[in-house]
Design a protein around this ligand. Structure first.
Ligand code: SF4
Length: 306
């Protein structure tokens, strides 16, 4: 996979083992910015001990409002060996007692993640994998790495390709994300929880309401209701914060208006979605979920805002 990288829809075809770099800038060694118990995800993913998040550096998108720009855009983080990555996953399971292994933007790193975790799983050290993605995924890659996804946590961010190109430099995003979501749903189905309410398997759709683009969130909800199911757990998110380059570009330099957010929340109810979460609306809320201010390394990250 790494000799001719086509892990995401960009299909750069570069040889990462020979030092070449594609759009995302990912190399041969896994690169990680931060890992540890994370309390900023939806409640069934968190539990008492947190979601065991691994925030991978690099990303296949370029969102101008990215809250994670230090490691997603600029590549901050640490190159680690596969053995070191295995130790991180082991610590999240055994030392920290986390609820799951939460792979945050894992797309460029799937071969290394599988290599790191396979021996743990063989030794019966295993947590459910959360595949935490913006949705810009290759269908072939999702099929090839099904074993790294027990719970899909997948955005439907845009319903219009022009917006995806403008804000995330992601041509073809709409088709790719919808195809990815359908694949997740067809294989995993609705969210299943255990006796303590922790997610074990299934699918969650995240709808991040974007300033000036609430209509696209509604269009994605309509698509979801018509083409997938109203049983999907939908997480409607109000936390958009103008970060990074968005601070200087309208309409991305604004927070989401309360009316925009209400429109999306009401649409979710009107379309008949019964499962999921709607965040309380707070304008100018701090970016505690992840955020540019998060430091690299090991340890808890984020508060539960969902
Ligand atoms: S993962 Fe990175 S190098 Fe590979 S195809 Fe996607 S953008 Fe290109």
């Amino acid at each position: 996979m790494l000799e001719n990288c086509r892990l995401c829809p960009r299909a750069c075809g570069v040889n990462r083992l020979a030092g070449e770099r594609g759009f995302c800038g990912a190399g041969a060694l896994p690169r990680v910015f931060r890992w540890g118990p994370h309390f900023g995800e939806e409640p069934p993913l968190v539990g008492e001990r947190g979601s065991g998040a691994v925030f991978f550096s690099r990303c296949t998108m370029r969102c101008i409002y990215c809250q994670n720009s230090p490691w997603s855009w600029k590549g901050e983080g640490e190159d680690v060996t596969v053995e070191r990555l295995r130790g991180i996953f082991r610590d999240l399971a055994l030392r920290d007692g986390c609820s799951n292994w939460n792979l945050v933007t894992p797309g460029p790193w799937l071969p290394q993640i599988r290599e790191a975790t396979a021996p743990l799983i063989s030794a019966d050290i295993r947590l459910p994998f959360v595949y935490n993605t913006s949705g810009f995924e290759s269908a072939e890659t999702l099929d090839a790495y099904q074993d790294l996804c027990d719970i899909a946590l997948c955005d439907l961010r845009y319903s219009r390709d022009a917006t995806a190109a403008e804000a995330s430099c992601a041509p073809g995003y709409v088709e790719a994300s919808r195809a990815a979501f359908k694949r997740f749903w067809n294989r995993l189905g609705p969210l299943e929880t255990d006796g303590s309410g922790l997610a074990r398997r299934g699918t969650i759709c995240r709808i991040l309401v974007l300033p000036g683009h609430a209509a696209e969130a509604v269009e994605n909800l309509a698509w979801l209701a018509t083409n997938v199911s109203t049983s999907v757990h939908v997480s409607v998110m109000s936390q958009y914060t103008p970060s990074y380059r968005a601070k200087e570009i309208a309409p991305w330099n604004a927070t989401v208006a309360e009316e925009e957010y209400a429109t999306v929340a009401e649409a979710a109810a009107d379309f008949g979605f019964e499962n999921g979460w709607v965040q309380d609306f707070e304008s100018n809320k701090p970016s505690g979920l992840l955020g540019e201010n998060m430091s690299p390394g090991d340890g808890p990250a984020g508060e539960n805002e969902n």
